[in-house]
Design a protein around this ligand. Structure first.
Ligand code: ADP
Ligand code: MG
Length: 717
């Protein structure tokens, strides 16, 4: 009978003949407990014996892979007291001297007679070929052309050869696997069957076979994620009562007519997408992606006004108080002149033709108790039309009379749970439409996985008249002096500047202290005579407010701050952004910070100060690439691609995806095309059947692989 993966998951690795108690313990340390864990403990590399180089043909400077046998290994101390292991290897054509620094265990590991694969750069030393600290794989006496190399752990006591032996038994005893993916889907994407895939990922006859196995397993991983997302979306659409908003109306017409600018084409398209969602019976669930300054706010406010126009309420939730306040100010300005046509026929004063002001409120943890009480009453009675706030909006005790549209800014800081909580704040009845805005552009296929249950609209066009931001990397201390001169010149011309202090992630307190130090130094030296303000996480709220207000009003020339100014701060007169120790920041963060300037009519600059540092060469290279990318482009999507390339998807998925630990082989970068194929297949398979009742095998696997939270809806029905 064909095997199901669930059966393997229910079988302890201890039942394998080759795995004794010591093996069980070692495997547990690398997270392998059951047979399915072991089967999906995939090789990290495959070595093609046919491709290795002969030692006697190696040229100096060349990166090479060599398959050889150890002749001798010895260890000694260097003059500066480092441990050095020297290993002599030969492959029959010649010999190679391999030196390891600070890896004393190599002497034990590489006993004479051991067969090893070495990857490294060939050097010539006194006429002899050698390698220093190459990558090492033990291949044992495996025959066959392709050798799988498993992740090894010296600490856990798991080595590749051992895993390889266990894998033979696993594959042998598993036999044929049941394949839950319907044949037409496999055919459409040219995929091999599951039995072949598991066999060939571990013991391929050729690199091509390994590649095809990988494709199939990658597809399965991505399909499970997409099935979950698509099914959840369908299920929500089917079961959740939403509002059928009346999109056309006097209030939104007025709002658009009174704007001081023309909407961009992208804004118009976004409004059309959102309008269509709002008019549907089921709740909207849309992501609005747009680079900094793309004009998301107008689009969001438009959606909120659709709610107000229909007699409902709207809420906008921001991740920080500074941002909530900023939004409140900006939106207040946008809505200043706007009056709500009151066509309530039954009203006391005789109905149509009357107008009333729109009631917009701000709710954060700083809202004084009395105001807060009044505000909560207004939300519950429906008198408050729009509320802007932080997490405070989803706290216990807050109830809306009739919440029609919710906008969440900066989604990556909110989780699914918070969105659900906001929905639950409703006294009863329909579920509000939700628009999520993010200024952190992420590549489309990644979005499809990370935000896969959302529809996506992209604002891919900046409003006209934006000035270019020139980005300069001041990497030498000499360059830094020029940066401060430039700041002074700009201030002399009536402009303002930001100085962002070094990021200290571990400690708020240290960061504040360093910001204060920077402030003192600049005030006393480089920027003496200018009006400076200081802003960091430890500044008391009231002072923070005062500093921001003063900067906005132009009473301060330079704002020295930590990343508290990362999002939302909007002062068009500011034209210089100086980021100190810029190599400490991530791409997205640098891009956000840079977006604080170039918001007005004046030419703007961003100075990245500092060298690319790092604990090792790789870290330095990455810092170098990050800063280089910032200098090269201001396109957020291009930067997002670079970021994904550098950091991998792990960081991107973050908390939200912690349940999706199933992506063992798939890479959102490398396998972009497969994300799209999996999405297509998922849509086809789910169809009108969100519980996957027609595909019980797949439904069972979702349950097996993905976190409870994600599959709850499948089990419930
Ligand atoms: P985002 O939130 O996407 O970063 P904002 O909504 O804050 O961008 O818009 C940035 C600035 O551009 C605001 O001052 C806003 O008034 C202005 N703006 C928005 N849309 C347009 C447009 N179509 N034409 C000109 N200016 C616009
Ligand atoms: Mg709707």
């Amino acid at each position: 009978m064909a095997r199901r993966l669930a059966q393997l998951a229910a079988t302890d690795v201890g039942v394998l003949r080759g795995v004794g108690p010591a093996g069980v313990e070692a495997l547990a340390k690398v997270g392998v407990h059951n047979v399915l864990d072991l089967l999906t403990y995939y090789p990290r590399r495959w070595i093609d014996r046919g491709r290795q180089a002969d030692i006697d043909t190696l040229a100096a400077g060349e990166e090479a892979m060599v398959l050889a046998r150890v002749r001798s290994a010895s260890s000694r101390q260097t003059r500066n007291r480092r441990r050095m292991v020297v290993v002599e290897v030969t492959d029959g054509t010649g010999s190679l001297s391999v030196t390891f620094f600070n890896q004393p265990y190599r002497e034990r590991q590489l006993r004479p007679g051991t067969e090893v694969v070495l990857f490294g750069k060939v050097e010539l030393f006194r006429g002899r070929r050698q390698m220093t600290n190459p990558l090492v794989d033990l291949v044992g006496d495996r025959t066959g052309r392709i050798v799988a190399v498993y992740p090894q752990s010296e600490k856990a006591g798991v080595d590749s050869e051992q895993v390889d032996r266990w894998m033979v038994e696993v594959l042998d005893r598993s036999g044929v696997f049941e394949d839950p993916v319907p044949p037409p889907v496999l055919e459409r994407h040219g995929l091999v069957d599951r039995t072949t895939a598991f066999h060939d990922i571990h013991r391929p006859d050729s690199m091509r076979a390994k590649e095809r196995a990988r494709e199939r397993l990658v597809f399965d991983e991505l399909l499970r994620v997409q099935l979950t997302l698509v099914a959840r979306k369908r299920e929500l659409e089917r079961t959740t009562p939403g509002f059928r908003h009346q999109v056309a109306g006097a209030l939104v017409d007025r709002f658009l007519a009174e704007l001081s600018f023309e909407l961009t084409g992208a804004q118009r398209r976004a409004i059309a997408d959102i309008g269509a969602d709002l008019a549907e019976a089921h709740p909207m669930h849309r992501l609005l992606q747009g680079d900094v300054g793309a004009g998301k706010t107008v689009v969001a406010v438009w959606a909120l006004l659709v709610a107000v126009q229909g007699g409902h309420q709207g809420a906008l939730m921001a991740p920080t108080e500074v941002l909530a306040e900023q939004h409140h100010l900006g939106i207040q300005r946008l809505l200043e002149e706007l009056r709500v046509p009151d066509d309530d026929e039954g009203s006391l004063f005789g109905g149509a033709g009357l107008e009333r002001p729109l009631r917009l409120e701000l709710l954060t943890n700083r809202t004084p108790a009395a105001t807060r009480r009044r505000l909560l009453a207004g939300l519950a009675s429906g008198e408050v039309d729009l509320v802007i706030g932080t997490h405070a909006l989803i706290q216990e005790g807050i109830e809306f009379r009739d919440l029609g549209v919710v906008v969440i800014d900066e989604q990556h800081r909110f989780g699914v749970e918070q969105r659900a909580a906001l929905r639950a704040r409703q006294a009863g009845g329909a579920v509000p439409d939700v628009l999520v805005m993010t200024a952190t552009p992420i590549p489309r296929t990644a979005a499809m996985t990370v935000y896969g249950d959302l529809d996506v609209t992209v604002l891919d066009e900046l409003p006209p008249g934006r000035t270019r931001i020139e980005t300069v990397w001041a990497r030498d201390p000499d360059d830094e002096a020029g940066v401060w001169t430039h700041v002074c010149e700009q201030v002399a011309e009536g402009r303002q500047a930001y100085v962002v202090c070094p990021l200290i992630e571990e400690s708020d307190k240290l960061e504040a202290a360093s910001a204060e130090e920077t402030y003192e130094r600049l005030a006393a030296a480089e920027l003496a005579g200018l009006r400076l303000g200081l802003l960091h996480g430890r500044v008391p709220p009231a002072d923070k407010e005062a500093v921001m207000a003063a900067f906005r009003a132009g009473e301060l020339d330079v704002l020295v701050a930590t990343t508290v100014i990362e999002v939302g701060v909007d002062v068009p007169n500011a034209t210089v952004m100086v980021i100190l120790d810029a190599d400490r920041f991530g791409i997205a963060q640098l891009h956000q910070l840079r977006g604080r300037v170039g918001r007005g009519a004046h030419r703007s600059w961003c100075f990245l100060v500092g060298q690319a540092r790092g604990a090792d060469g790789e870290e330095r290279r990455q810092a170098e690439e990050r800063l280089g990318a910032l200098v090269r482009t201001t396109d957020g999507f291009e930067l997002a691609e670079v970021d994904l390339e550098l950091r991998g998807e792990g960081t991107l998925m973050g908390e939200r995806q912690k349940g999706h630990n199933d992506l063992k082989l798939a890479s959102l970068r490398r396998d972009r095309a497969w994300v799209l194929r999996a999405r297509e297949a998922a849509e086809l398979l789910v169809g009108d059947d969100p519980t996957l009742s027609a595909h019980p095998g797949l439904a069972a696997e979702l349950e097996l692989f993905l976190a409870d939270e994600d599959t709850e809806f499948l089990l419930k029905s």
